[in-house]
Design a protein around this ligand. Sequence first.
Ligand code: FE2
Length: 308
Amino acid sequence: MPPLTVQPLDGTAIGAQISGLNLANVNDDVVRAEVRDAFERVGLIVFRDMEQSDELQLAVSGIIGPPQEHALKQMTQDPNNLGLIELSYEGNIVIENGKKIEGLVPWHFDACYSDKLNRAALLRALVITPEDGLTGFVDGVQLYKSVSTELRTSFENLRVIYHPTATHNNQLFGKTNGRKWISLSEKMRSLYAANEDAPRAVHPAIWQRQSGEHVLHVSPWQAVGIWGHEDSEGNALLESLCQEIYQKMEPYWHKWEPTDLVLWDNWRFIHSAGGNDPQYKRAMRRTTIKGDYGLGSYEADLVGDTVA
Ligand SMILES: [Fe+2]
């Protein structure tokens, strides 16, 4: 009997769920190959019935690659475990349709504001809210197939510029009508103040995996324009793509159990934290997994490059 059970995820056509992984078999070559194969194939894995420990979380991350420090140095918490951080968005509150929501993080891929994109991330819940507090995932392979042919053609050779501070009330593209940030934690404000002068990074809107699949990979959160087309026409084009993404996406929203670990391919998926009622606390533990798809740059490194 194979050590792992790999099954489709309930209620969605994307991702997979795996059970049977534990500290006793996490270093087994056959087990590791099975996890890597599922990860390469579907890009989103929910591991079920996992022991709740940093040791197991780090070991599962290690199947995909070595740990990587967060792209914003200020996020590092444990110098002995650079790839491991606790995420809590306490104090970041939006008001939407008259309702306060804490911890909402709009659709994005991690480190879009950096020239290098971490390969993946692995998340587990430390404190779960009794309602809401879900994490959403959208497959860029599915998105590429779903958006209009016109937009797909327009963005085939375009690159999107990102900056770490184009967030919250400074989000420029793909904003949601009627949503207003009413408070930001001191931690978040100092994080953005420290990165105000950070260089802008550029990533392709569409890229092709080794498997041949095309990925539409655009993060509305932190996008600041189309490289070489920072004009009203280019801005309108990027905004229509963001709205098309929202219209055509088929997200999987993960409802957390304390024994879940969720792994996603950061070169393929965008994700979002849905937020929760501010009366509840929510805390997550994330490992970041090193890698680079080699297609991102800082703007200064593109001098002399041609605009499509
Ligand atoms: Fe994220």
